[in-house]
Design a protein around this ligand. Structure first.
Ligand code: HPA
Ligand code: MG
Length: 178
């Protein structure tokens, strides 16, 4: 697969389609094993996680529900700092087994602000499944329960991840050529 150009930057192939799909099937198998009988609710975080969510959900054989939400960050007061709100989260999480689906955990900032809001609803269990994680970028401690790939702190593109709006449609993941 050749180097591609998106906007002003070049990207080289990094994780191919087969590697992605193989790893996603492995994660789904772990989830199937761990979530038997629990009727879990998956919460996929838009926009980036739409491909990961669709692919992993196909391989689940437990009775699972899924919803898609968007997180919006806005400036709160000085004392509250930035505030994250979830758009589209209508489900009651009380007593539920909940699995967040994220494309990438980078600094961990948004999730670290959002997770306490979910905990507030007293789910029975709250877990995170992330396709990608950049450990070097992490600034806020986040425990990832199901991780696809640990990656270096370089900009990635494709399979849901965008560079200024483009590239989400690519079926594999590319890395910025520096
Ligand atoms: N690529 C695209 N979007 C992102 C990334 C990345 O590497 N990290 C966090 N959001
Ligand atoms: Mg983006």
């Amino acid at each position: 697969m050749p180097v591609i150009q998106v906007h002003d930057k070049q990207f080289q192939p990094y994780i191919n389609e087969e590697q992605l799909q193989t790893r996603i099937k492995e994660l789904a198998a772990q989830l199937n094993n761990d979530l038997q009988g629990s009727r879990p609710l998956f919460i996929a975080i838009l926009n980036g996680s739409f491909m990961f969510a669709a692919d992993i959900f196909k391989h689940l054989d437990v009775n699972a529900e899924i919803c898609f939400i968007k997180l919006a960050s806005y400036k709160g007061t000085k004392s509250t700092g930035n505030v994250v709100t979830a758009i589209g989260l209508d489900e009651d999480l009380f007593g539920r087994t909940v699995v967040i689906l994220e494309d990438i955990v980078d600094t961990g900032k948004t999730l670290s602000q959002f997770l306490p809001q979910l905990e507030h609803q007293h789910p029975k269990k709250l877990m995170i499944a992330a396709l990608l994680h950049k450990p070097e970028a992490l600034q806020y401690p986040i425990k990832i329960d199901y991780l696809g790939f640990s990656v270096p702190n370089k900009f990635l593109l494709g399979y849901g991840l965008d560079y200024d709006g483009l590239g989400r449609n690519l079926p594999e993941i590319y890395q910025l050529v520096e």
